[in-house]
Write a protein that binds this ligand. Sequence first.
Ligand code: ZN
Length: 135
Amino acid sequence: MGMGSIPRFWRNMQSRYNLIGRRCTRCGEVYFPPRNFCARCRRRGKLEEVQLSGRGEVVSYTVIRTPPEGFERQAPYVMALVRLEEGVMLTTQLVDVNPEEVEIGMRVESVFRKIQEDGEAGLIYYGFKFKPVEE
Ligand code: ZN
């Protein structure tokens, strides 16, 4: 099975596991999750894979006290909009921090953590979350 036949779903999973985005070689715009065309340059741009630093800062955040099904045991928890050093924005959960201590502009870095455990099916999902940078 060649690379071309890997289902889109798995490619997206891999990029979430590895924090791999795409950068336009023409204008420098970085995309995460990866996409096929640069929104600015369209077909004139060429996208190449880029390993993201996983470091950035909190742009905004919200404390979740009434979580969706499956996340009850984690409440309260913090969902944040994080701007990575590469300029990409992503929504992520903040861990290893009290909700009261989170601030706009706080430096954070990615950590690989369990996202959800599906008791019945025995499935465990992993992915990136973010925690404060220890300075
Ligand atoms: Zn571009």
